[in-house]
Design a protein around this ligand. Structure first.
Ligand SMILES: [Ca+2]
Ligand SMILES: [Ca+2]
Ligand SMILES: [Ca+2]
Ligand SMILES: [Ca+2]
Length: 450
């Protein structure tokens, strides 16, 4: 059913209106038969004087004042072709906006949900590159982020398969190691599209690998676009988040080649894949692969950060410190005074020159770790799978297997902490002391000596 808004329609004689009729808002006369009837949203009717309204559709106003043969219909809808219905809800878009069922923050008379997506595809080199469609997609993610930040109506970026580097795009300096993809509140950044999809549910993340790469100087040894060996001068942080809330979302990307290796600039030594400080973004369906840092090769969470990671993989990341090899922490992830929520995540093949091959939970990190797998992570110190210090993480339904530590705690090294470990398995982990779990000055979980 299609409708045309009327604002003040007086009826004084006959008219027949059916579904298929096209009726302009105008004064009409004659005895009326208005069909079919469906009166919504106020109004109502009464009649005398011989009028018959049998089946009309009148919304948002209705019929009123039917006395003496004169009708006044206010703000009703006649069955007509819609002026605009971009959101396909059968209501004219102008009425969506005036009725506050749609937001129009940019005041262009278009419901914002119809213009909320910006498209990005590094292959779309023949279009207008304004982000308005797949054909006219931006070719760099930075251009899309800049555009999104200036437009209140934008809620999502859809990014097609390909490789995107943070030093690419307007306003960026090529080879700038400090260039980084900054998350934004109210913006979901989604990868995994082939290009051409019309709905978020159509993307295929595993077949359309969408890489955010810190290999800005293009000399890393790659495997399918992922950095296997970092060479040269890469981005300090591929992705960056500070003071963001859970509406800042990253979903469906492989994040690779970040290298936070500066021992002087503290932040530049932490979080090669993602640096996250005092911030609570929502990260889902992402793979942090082949990143490096002094602390937090894959991810660094610090300073009251409460991010969530759902269905993410942390693989082949490393914590290393060329100037002081054992002063490195958290190959996969390093948390300092942060409370990440990790659900259905996998830490595999991460390494640390010091503590925490897989995940480090330091200084008040009350992480919530559920249904996660830690396997094949190594620490050239303590805590192959996980290292916990002065923290109270909750670990539920997890598996620790084949992790190793040169010193203590192949699976978990637990220092002055009170973790709660429930329904979790420890198999095949190894360490000089505490192959499964080593407790050091802790009152929490029992030790499992190798
Ligand atoms: Ca509409
Ligand atoms: Ca709008
Ligand atoms: Ca592409
Ligand atoms: Ca490089």
């Amino acid at each position: 059913m299609l409708y045309l808004k009327t604002t003040a329609l007086s009826l004084s004689a006959a008219i027949l209106i059916c579904h298929a009729d096209t009726v302009e808002a105008q004064l009409v006369s004659g005895p009326y038969v208005i069909a079919p009837l469906d009166v919504n949203g106020g109004g109502g009717m009464s009649s005398n004087g011989g009028y018959s309204i049998t089946s009309s559709t009148v919304q948002h106003g209705g019929v009123e004042g039917m006395n003496g043969g004169t009708y006044s219909i206010r703000a009703g809808y006649w069955p007509v072709a819609l002026a605009a219905d971009c959101n396909g809800n059968g209501v004219d878009d102008a009425q969506d906006i005036s009725g506050a069922t749609s937001v129009d923050c940019n005041l262009n008379a278009v419901p914002d949900e119809c213009e909320s997506v910006i498209f990005v595809d590094d292959s779309a080199t023949n279009g207008l590159n304004n982000g308005s469609s797949w054909g006219n997609a931006f070719t760099t993610l930075q251009d899309a982020l800049t555009d999104a930040a200036s437009r209140c109506e934008v809620a999502q970026l859809w990014v097609a398969e390909g490789t995107y580097r943070p030093d690419q795009g307007g306003g960026q300096t090529p080879l700038d190691r400090t260039a980084t993809f900054q998350l934004q509140n109210g913006l979901g950044i989604y990868g995994g599209f082939a290009g051409g999809e019309t709905d978020l549910s159509q993307r295929d993340i595993s077949n359309n690998v969408t890489i955010l790469s810190g290999d800005i100087d293009s000399d890393d040894i790659l495997s399918n676009g992922i950095s296997k060996t970092i060479n040269g001068n890469n981005s300090y942080h591929v992705v960056f988040s500070r003071f963001k809330d859970p509406t800042a979302m990253l979903d469906g990307f492989s994040i690779s080649g970040g290298n936070a290796n500066d021992p002087v600039l503290l932040e530049a030594g932490n979080g090669g894949g993602l640096f996250n400080s005092d911030s609570s973004p929502t990260i889902a369906n992402c793979a942090f692969v082949g990143n490096a840092a002094i602390n937090g090769g894959g991810v660094e969470n610090e300073t009251f950060a409460t991010p969530s990671f759902n269905n993410c993989v942390f693989s082949g990341n490393s914590a290393s410190n060329s100037g002081n090899p054992t002063a490195a922490n958290g190959g996969g992830m390093w948390n300092s005074n942060a409370t990440p929520t990790l659900t259905d995540c996998i830490f595999t093949g991460n390494s640390s020159g010091g503590t925490a091959g897989g995940l480090g939970a330091d200084a008040g990190t009350d992480a919530i770790v559920t249904r996660c797998i830690f396997t094949g992570n190594t620490a050239n110190g303590n805590g192959g799978g996980m290292w916990i210090n002065v923290s109270s993480p909750t670990i539920t339904d997890c598996t620790f297997s084949a992790n190793s530590a040169t010193n203590g705690g192949g699976g978990i090294y637990n220092l002055e902490s009170t973790p709660i470990v429930t329904n979790s398995a420890f198999t095949g982990n190894s360490a000089d002391l505490g192959g499964g779990i080593a407790n050091d000055n802790s009152g929490g979980i029992p030790a499992a000596r190798a």
